[in-house]
Design a protein around this ligand. Structure first.
Ligand code: ADP
Length: 623
């Protein structure tokens, strides 16, 4: 050894070492991930440099990282034939902290040790993590292209200083030898090492080999441990559908093929790759609140975490896949991901991509899109409230049942609806919400629309009422619930205006009598010309809470003010006409109550006092 000297670590390094050993202990296996990642980077750098200077390969272009153990001496070595380091580089890289972020962080540390410990995991601790498991670390390295006498030796106990010297080193690249602490012999077990490698580094493209020593003859053979194939880093054109599907099954634990996938490599300001899948079938736990969703996060092809749910909005929680981002530190934690602007931007881009591919699918392959909608439509609807930026796109993706199709398949888009509007005066998109498709379809509110041939969307998913609150309009046409009072609905009945005015006038005393009879049981009483087959309906005012909304609240256990309805009677219905003629006040009350309860029953699907209703009806049958 020549030019040997002992140098002190930069003060921040000392601080980092101290903190790290204590705080990352519970996750100590990450040191191997860090070392493999460094080796992989070193290989990448060499490959890049050798593009213009191929003799840097020194006749050894077979890049790999090799791991060997010496159980007796408690040594674990990680050897690569990558770019290597010069003496100056070793001093700069393994004795100081270059990243300004980490420096600032370390300076900001206070007295709260527990909190500091939590924070440390979020910074790129990299190479220094070796000291979690090792009490002595030796590095032997030679920079590619340097002569064999320009090797560098570095050694430290992780305590404040290190030794550096020049050595003779034949092989290019870096060898890192860990002398494991007394209680860390688990890392001398090949199976333990294998499992860490496949957990974190399967997709590292650089082959990772482990030494197998034949106990009898002492011959060492090298076995590649990682699959070394990061499918998402490969060229799209060279990946078969079968490979894409296999990979999906691998990461999703789903047996069926995915419905569709998108694979993008983005370069420029932000560098990342995404390979995202839309499953064919919704997972059983899609509605389980505790369920962890999210993508697999890689940084530089190194596995960082599963179920990183920061990259997708909640309403796209069914998306599976990988995002591999070059701009994040390896040790990023979930908390930091949550707050990172970079991650936020990524989420915006990825969300746009998913919505775009869905929109494309909805136009190109209606059948496939319908499959998607049947599985995930309900979740996608959450996006209307959740994602104001993409509300417009999401609303184009919505599918409804409608009076046009007259079946319960949700396959009518808002664009379909608008394109079918025949009457240029129709400014609104009409819909009705109900507990189920049958109730929606048979609602008396639809009678007038049927008569006029106006399409109405039939909404019966529990989320619909809530969603519609966030969807005021589509392409300039506002949405109108047909169970709410609205001027546009009144206008629809304007054909016989004169006749209506006449009837209104004639029946004014009747209406007044109904009002007196019911008192504050209803909000308003009036005649309606919107009905054909039904004697009466109840409606709510435009700004009042709707029946479905009140139900949602009550299911959620929230108190709601009692709903007061407008009671609307159809003067052309024989039952109403019969009631008008009743002079006896008691009998009049019974009939009016029957009509009101019928209307409430239809609207709410239940009555507060069904016995009373049946009783009353039975008495009237017998009278
Ligand atoms: P990071 O990898 O996040 O930069 P590290 O502390 O892990 O931080 O490493 C510091 C630097 O040391 C690296 O950026 C790299 O320049 C150098 N280095 C570490 N390991 C190797 C290696 N195996 N081969 C070549 N250079 C390395």
């Amino acid at each position: 050894m020549k030019e040997q000297e002992i140098r002190g670590f930069q003060s921040e390094v000392k601080q980092l070492l101290q903190l790290m050993i204590h705080s990352l202990y519970s996750n100590k296996e990450i040191f191997l991930r860090e070392l493999i990642s460094n080796a992989s980077d070193a290989a990448d750098k060499l490959r890049f440099k050798a593009l213009s200077k191929s003799d840097l390969y020194e006749n050894d272009g077979d890049l790999k990282v090799r791991i060997s153990i010496d159980k007796d001496k408690k040594l674990l070595s990680i050897t690569d034939n990558g770019i290597g380091m010069t003496r100056t580089e070793v001093i700069d890289n393994l004795g100081t902290i270059a990243q300004s972020g980490t420096k600032t962080f370390l300076k900001s540390l206070g007295k709260d040790k527990a909190k500091d410990s939590q924070l440390i995991g979020q910074f790129g601790v990299g190479f220094y993590s070796v000291f979690i498991v090792a009490d002595q670390v030796t590095v032997r390295t030679r920079s590619a292209g340097n002569t064999t006498d320009k090797g560098v030796f570095w050694q430290s106990y992780g305590e404040g200083e290190y030794t550096i010297a020049d050595i003779e080193k034949i092989d290019r690249g870096t060898e890192i030898i860990l002398h494991l602490r007394e209680d860390q012999s688990e890392f001398l077990d090949t199976w333990r090492l294998r499992s860490i490698i496949s957990k974190y580094s399967d997709h590292i493209t650089l082959p990772i080999e482990i030494a197998n020593k034949n106990e009898k003859n002492g011959i060492i053979t090298w076995e590649k441990i990682n699959k070394s194939e990061a499918i998402w880093t490969r060229n799209k054109k060279e990946i078969s559908d079968k490979e894409y599907k296999e990979f999906y099954k691998n990461i999703s634990h789903d047996y069926s093929d995915p419905l569709i996938w998108i694979h993008n490599k983005v370069e420029g300001k932000q560098e990342y790759i995404n390979l995202l899948y839309i499953p064919t079938k919704a997972p059983v736990d899609l509605w389980n609140r505790d369920n962890k969703n999210g993508l697999k996060l890689y940084v530089h092809r190194v596995f960082i975490m599963d179920q990183a749910d920061q990259f997708m909005p909640h309403y796209l929680r069914f998306i599976r896949g990988v995002v591999d981002c070059n701009d994040l530190p390896l040790n990023i934690s979930r908390e930091v991901l949550q707050d990172s602007d970079l991650v936020k931007n990524l989420r915006i881009s990825l969300t746009k991509r998913i919505l775009q591919i869905l929109e494309k699918l909805s136009k190109k392959d209606i059948e496939k899109y319908q499959k998607f909608w049947n599985e995930f439509g309900l979740v996608l609807k959450e996006g209307i409230a959740e994602d104001t930026i993409n509300k417009k796109t999401i609303s184009r993706l919505l599918r409804f049942s409608s009076t046009y199709n007259n079946n319960n398949i949700q396959n009518v888009s808002l664009e379909d609806y608008i394109n079918r509007i025949v009457n240029g005066n129709q400014k609104k998109i009409y819909y009705i919400t109900a507990d189920n498709y049958i109730s929606a379809k048979n609602s008396p509110h639809l009678e007038l629309f049927r008569k006029k041939g106006i399409e109405v969307l039939l909404l019966s998913d529990r989320i619909d009422e809530w969603m519609m609150n966030y969807l005021p309009e589509f392409e300039g046409k506002s949405f109108q619930s047909i169970s709410k009072i609205d001027e546009s609905l009144e206008k629809l009945t304007n054909e016989d205006k004169e006749k209506q005015i006449e009837i209104d006038k004639q029946l004014r005393p009747f209406i007044q009598r109904v009002k007196n009879t019911l008192g504050d049981q209803v909000k308003e009483v009036k005649l309606t010309y919107r009905l054909t087959e039904t004697p009466a309906i109840v409606t709510t005012d435009a700004n009042d809470m709707s029946t479905q909304m009140a139900k949602l609240f009550s299911v959620a256990g929230q108190a709601t003010p009692e709903l007061k309805y407008n009671f609307e009677l159809n003067p052309e219905h024989p039952l109403v006409q019969k009631t008008i003629k009743i002079t006896d006040d008691k009998l009049f009350f019974e009939w009016i109550k029957i009509l009101l309860d019928q209307a409430l029953f239809i609207e709410k699907g239940s009555l507060d006092n069904p016995n009373e209703f049946i009783d009353r009806m039975n008495k009237l049958f017998l009278s």
